[in-house]
Ligand binder design. Structure first.
Ligand code: FAD
Length: 389
């Protein structure tokens, strides 16, 4: 079958939060782009992941005229709780500075795609992107569409928004990027259950950390700390509920379990976040442990930084923001890795002493008490119980 050749200013690989945000910001500012997504639209818009958007994310969408993505759909009033050894901790927060909202990630993705398509944008779903050649001197992204036809998209820039296992990062020659990674000494069993999202709680307990976070009006996600190497088969449904209730100290409601997986907790950063005309954004460049709930925050930060940089280049011929893209993002990323590592170890060490021992547990408890007495930290814990910090 003959190849079709096309041209656009920016090829965005991946239609997740980062890719769709970049696409919208660019198009609204007169920069032509095409988004390529490996999966079907149905798959992408059903994928359950994060459940909240933090204050910075909310403000970003408002500032760029995209406030309509913030409609959280049919949510209910959510009550946040924080338990230590089965006792509820008081959390009082100055809500004036906290605009974070509950919004399942798939709602956000659906709305961003709706707006992009409504405004004439082009998303090629089920596009099988070939990694070779992406990172060449004159960038081009070759993909096979769902009919089997091969399309070559020539462009000025490639935005690699295709997650940790995408094609873009893999197209950068070996030796250019350095991968920094840290593996935590515990994992999470992540469970999606049909429990109406009315309660949001985190629990610290000797048996391990537990969390119940709303994912829309009908479902909740349960997180249970478990040893590295545990498998789903070791966690029958009854054990999930019994363990959640033992760690929280009360029942937060039971329901049908819809899915279960064991999630490794890790922090990863790839440096630099660009090579030639290929730029990495979101999970393609870095991963933060889910305890910090900062994955979306970082994806949006990269998307905004990249979009501003491309707009400055295209509108004003100013390359400086593109030149500094990697440094700008990495400064922010490492700050959030610091926060994510601190909060993840603090929350786990304060409960289960099996990985770091009783001494570190007491140190973590002292740190927690100090945090609960501080107003700023109270806000961190309040936001954590809503799945964001
Ligand atoms: C179970 C779970 C719970 C989480 N909870 C939270 C939370 O509470 N708060 C939070 O902030 N973050 C959370 N995260 C992290 C958050 O979901 C990610 O950080 C966020 O999705 C990153 O957005 P992204 O656009 O960079 O990547 P993604 O959302 O992964 O999007 C990448 C897109 O690229 C596509 N793609 C992949 N390969 C290719 C290819 N070769 N060609 C074309 N397209 C490709 C993928 O299909 C996908 O649509 C969670 C993640 C998981 C897995």
């Amino acid at each position: 079958m003959a190849e079709v050749e096309k041209r656009t200013a920016v090829v965005v690989v991946g239609a997740g939060v980062a890719g769709l945000t970049v696409g919208n910001l660019l198009r609204r500012n007169g920069v032509d782009c095409i988004i390529l997504e490996r999966r079907s639209r149905e798959h992408v818009e059903a994928r359950q992941r994060a459940g909240t958007l933090d204050t910075r994310g909310v403000r970003l969408f408002r500032e760029w005229g995209l406030a309509e993505v913030l409609d959280a759909g049919p949510t209910t009033e959510v009550e946040g709780s924080f338990f230590i050894d089965g006792h509820a901790m008081p959390i009082e927060v100055d809500e004036d500075d906290n605009e974070s909202i509950f919004i399942p990630q798939q709602f956000l993705v659906r709305r961003l795609a709706d707006i992009f398509l409504r405004e004439g944008g082009e998303i090629r779903y089920q596009a099988d992107v070939e990694p070779s050649g992406i990172a060449g001197a004159s960038p081009a992204v070759r993909y096979r569409d769902s009919t089997g036809a091969t399309v070559v998209l020539h462009c000025d820039y490639v935005a690699g928004c295709d997650g940790d296992r995408g094609a873009t990062r893999g197209s950068i020659p070996a030796g250019v990027l350095t991968r920094y990674a840290y593996e935590f000494k515990y994992s999470w069993l992540s469970v999606l259950a049909a429990v109406p999202g009315k309660t949001s709680g985190m629990a610290i307990h000797t048996r391990g950390l537990a969390g119940l976070i709303p994912r829309g009006a009908e479902n909740s996600r349960i997180y249970l700390q478990c040893p590295v190497g545990d498998t789903v088969a070791q966690w029958p449904d009854k054990r999930v509920w019994d363990e959640l209730e033992a760690r929280v100290g009360q029942s937060l409601g039971r329901g049908e379990i819809l899915s279960k997986e064991v999630v490794a907790l890790r922090g990863v950063v790839h440096e630099p976040m660009h090579h030639g005309r290929v730029y990495l954004l979101g999970d393609a460049a870095h991963i933060v442990p889910p305890m910090s709930a900062k994955g979306i925050h970082l994806a949006l930060f990269d998307a905004e930084t990249f979009a501003k940089a491309v707009i400055a280049q295209v509108r004003d011929g100013d390359p400086s923001l593109l030149d500094s893209y990697s440094d700008t993002c990495l400064g922010h990323v490492w700050n959030y890795q610091a926060f994510a590592t601190w909060i993840t170890d603090l929350m786990h060490n304060a409960g289960d002493p099996s990985s770091e021992g009783e001494f570190r547990k007491q140190v973590a408890r002292a740190e927690l008490r100090r945090q609960f007495e501080s107003e700023a930290a109270n806000r961190v814990f309040s936001e954590l119980t809503s799945g964001t910090a």
